[in-house]
Ligand binder design. Structure first.
Ligand code: PMP
Length: 443
């Protein structure tokens, strides 16, 4: 086999031949319930007929018209669809090929904005510890996830990292959720002052932290306080919604639930739903106008930016979400799944927390519930759960905690928005079997 299977070169993964709604089917006829859409990608499941038909139709017309030279109906309609549903003030969309590219573009857009408005000293970025914003070098430097960063340090860009909003571990027992949120948000103000506000371009965070913390939502009031602090010091606010956006939390953008409008939103994953590799930026009118009325050109781009076929696929995915009323379904099925997970694992001695929003749910694994002690990372409990779940015919998305023992291994669940009730039962039963085999059945 010539393809370099990137994460485990000692084993051969199953060979998938077909997708069928919520299932992937391998060459042995085994069916895997896709309860994570890979890493929160396949929001409509597999082979949705309306999406595959739209892609075929576009491919038969034209697959690629370079977006530096031309516009197309699909790029315009997709941009319009995303902007219309975004928080007020977001006026433009720009497309790239994935999440890391979206984050890179946001970094450069923020920098260009300040050059355009005559504040050239603003070149520094602030993000959060234990965050993940992508694997390209700029995005990797932005993220504060030590496991992913360490092999490549020193990184190209120096970024200041403040505390994440991670209630399960960091809220003090005597503190309300709101007080906790304000306390950690205020770390942003301290970081801006330490850098000198005139040097800071933007702050990046995920409204609901996906891969690095396992679906940890911001507590009420946190993002509003972050917005206020950014406004006070003229710093741009970027929400990385690559994982939590595009309906995953039951709202088209996770930040809509918090009532906070950022200056830039990055998106990917659920944008193309796995039917096409595509990412994007949603841009506040203020930023767009500064550039349009200044140099008039975004100093950034890629060969496949706004790829025609990718836009057609993403547009079809977004139409299905609207036409099938899937945002309401995410909220409804998400509430059911949360209740079933609580019911099954709420008292399990090795499940410390069950959290998330919509169909973006995380279970944090602990060696001890009382002390919240993490498992020894060397045990790679998360990997054992993934392998055991796959043997049961279940795809979930477990990840290891950080090496500093400040967050545990966790499992992300991100099933299709159209998952049925009986598939939710199958999900919980299979997950229970996998967790039982690796960690014991619990009480
Ligand atoms: N930002 C976030 C929040 C992500 O979760 C990810 C991917 N897990 C990325 C950026 C990078 O996206 P991609 O893998 O498509 O480059």
């Amino acid at each position: 086999m010539s393809y370099l299977f990137p994460r485990d070169m000692k084993t051969t993964p199953p060979t998938i031949l077909r997708g069928e709604g919520s299932y992937l089917i391998d060459d042995q006829g085994r069916r895997y319930l896709d309860a994570s859409g890979g890493p929160a990608v396949s929001c409509l499941g597999h082979n949705h007929p309306a999406v595959t038909a739209a892609i075929q139709q576009q491919a038969a017309a034209v697959s690629y018209a370079y977006s530096l030279f031309f516009t197309t109906p699909v790029i315009e309609e997709l941009a319009e669809t995303l902007v219309t549903q975004a928080p007020a003030g977001i006026e433009k969309a720009f497309f790239v090929s994935g999440g890391s590219e979206a984050v890179e573009a946001a970094l450069k857009l923020a920098r260009q904005y300040f050059l355009e408005i005559g504040q050239p000293s603003r070149h520094r970025f602030i993000a959060r510890r234990r965050s993940y914003h992508g694997n390209t070098l700029g995005a990797l430097a932005l993220g504060g996830d030590t496991v992913r960063r360490q092999p490549y340090e020193p990184l190209l860009q120096s970024v200041t990292h403040i505390a994440p909003c991670y209630e399960y571990r960091d809220r003090r027992p005597d503190e309300s959720a709101e007080a906790y949120g304000l306390r950690v948000a205020d770390e942003l103000e301290a970081a801006i002052l330490a850098q000198g506000p005139e040097n800071v371009a933007a702050f990046f965070c995920e409204p609901v932290v996906g891969a690095s913390l396992g679906c940890a939502p911001a507590v009420p009031g946190y993002l509003k306080r972050i917005r206020d602090i950014c406004d006070r010091y003229g710093v741009l606010l970027v929400f990385d919604e690559v994982m939590c956006g595009m309906g995953r939390t039951g709202h088209m953008y996770a930040c809509l639930e918090d009532g906070v409008t950022p200056d830039i939103i990055t998106t990917a994953k659920g944008l193309g739903g796995g039917y096409m590799p595509i990412g994007g930026l949603l841009i506040h009118g203020r930023i767009y106008r500064a550039i349009a009325e200044g140099s008039g050109a975004l100093k950034h781009g890629h060969t496949y930016a706004g790829h025609t076929l990718a836009c057609a696929g993403a547009l079809a995915v977004q139409k299905v979400i609207a036409e099938e009323g899937l945002l309401a379904q995410v909220r409804e099925q998400g509430a059911k799944l949360t209740a079933r997970l609580q019911d099954r694992f709420g008292q399990h001695p090795h499940i410390g927390d069950i959290r998330g929003r919509g169909l973006f749910l995380g279970l944090e694994l602990v060696a001890d519930r009382e002390s919240k002690a993490c498992f020894d990372p060397a045990k790679r409990i998360w990997l054992k759960i993934r392998q055991t779940a796959m043997e049961q015919g279940l795809m979930c998305y477990p990840s290891g905690g950080c090496v500093d023992g400040r967050n545990g291994d966790h499992i992300v669940l991100a099933p299709p928005y159209n998952i049925t009730d009986s598939q939710l039962d199958e999900l919980v039963d299979k997950l229970s079997l996998a967790i039982g085999q690796v960690l014991g059945r619990g009480a």
